[in-house]
Design a protein around this ligand. Structure first.
Ligand code: HEC
Length: 124
């Protein structure tokens, strides 16, 4: 009788914990989405992570972008070009006439991150 009572108590406690975790997770997810929408102009991707990608995979060698302290002159000056988000994703994925494609080197998420960085730092 006593053992059964403890088991039931434990079970209830476990369920309460699980529910709390689910609710906490949902709140965090909503907060994250809301936060990125407020901070950036509604584009997918993490701009802070994208900045690191921009300076580490070679974008900075070819492009000028003030937000990354980049002064490359092989490709267009991104501060002046102010490319659209979808255009950046496309260009980074497939490359251009001179620019190499990054689809084999960067994941879709990483491409979105670098695009979010270029987009948000040129559309203020
Ligand atoms: C080897 C030099 C080089 C590297 C590295 C490079 N680019 Fe480029 N990029 C260019 C050149 C040149 C062009 C324009 C001509 C072309 O398409 O090749 C260009 C064009 C672009 C455009 C303009 C697209 C358009 O049509 O408006 C964007 C945006 C861009 N690059 C972003 C990036 C990003 C982000 C990275 C890093 C992931 C990167 N580039 C890496 C040389 C480079």
């Amino acid at each position: 009788m006593k053992v059964g009572g403890i088991t039931l108590q434990r079970r209830v406690r476990l369920i309460v914990c699980l529910l709390a975790a689910i609710v906490a997770g949902a709140v965090t997810a909503v907060a994250a989405v809301g936060g990125s929408t407020l901070a950036h102009a509604k584009v997918p991707g993490n701009a802070a992570a994208g900045k690191k990608i921009f300076t580490s995979v070679g974008c900075a060698t070819c492009h000028t972008l003030k937000a990354a302290n980049a002064t490359g002159k092989v490709g267009p000056n991104l501060d002046k070009l102010k490319p659209a988000y979808t255009k950046i994703v496309k260009q980074v994925t497939n490359g251009g006439a001179v620019m190499p494609p990054f689809k084999g080197r960067l994941s879709k998420t990483q491409i979105q991150n670098v695009a979010a960085f270029v987009y948000t730092s040129t559309h203020k």
